[in-house]
Ligand binder design. Sequence first.
Ligand code: GRF
Length: 202
Amino acid sequence: MKKIAIFISGTGSNMESLISKSRSADLDIDFLVVSDKPDAAGIERAKALGVKVHILPEASDSWRMSSMNEKFIADLLEKESVDFILLAGFMKIVSKKIIDKFKMKIINIHPSLLPSFRGKDAQKQAFEYGVKVSGCTVHFIDEEVDTGPIILQFPADISECKSADEVKNIILNIEHEAYFAALNIILEGRWRIEGRRVILND
Ligand code: GRF
């Protein structure tokens, strides 16, 4: 059995999809959810799935993690013997200490084809730039934002989209597929790293 912590700050649709798909596929995973926001909509979704939710003790809008929250996370990960961390719309930068402890075990999903449109509102950035194809990227976390080695990318045709919200919806649907596909690769260890290239095995 693997223990997986999903970190959220908002709606939690990726979190919900990962848990539901894992259960449908009978994967042997025990999930727990961590939210930095006590009022994140995803908290109720996690509870409805019967998953335990841990809320960071210190609320703040900063991207940086406070030392109290960092310690809370470090203790929780240790106590729960967490194997992997999946960031799913988590709006805080994970501290170096935690990254060092969980090397290549922290994964994120970003709603663009990186390295295009890093950072906030990637779907709006893509819409306003006028790209015809965007998509999502599942990648390992490193110390920068949205720069870690790429595990998977799924493209989406956004050429007919009339608004950034439309782009968001199209990409969110493929995010759910991509994140679950990446989770399977990680669980089965079907990858190796060469430089910053993640090579997938069959
Ligand atoms: C997703 O678009 C994800 O790529 C980004 O934040 C959003 C989270 O959505 N990092 P949800 O909370 O999973 O619905």
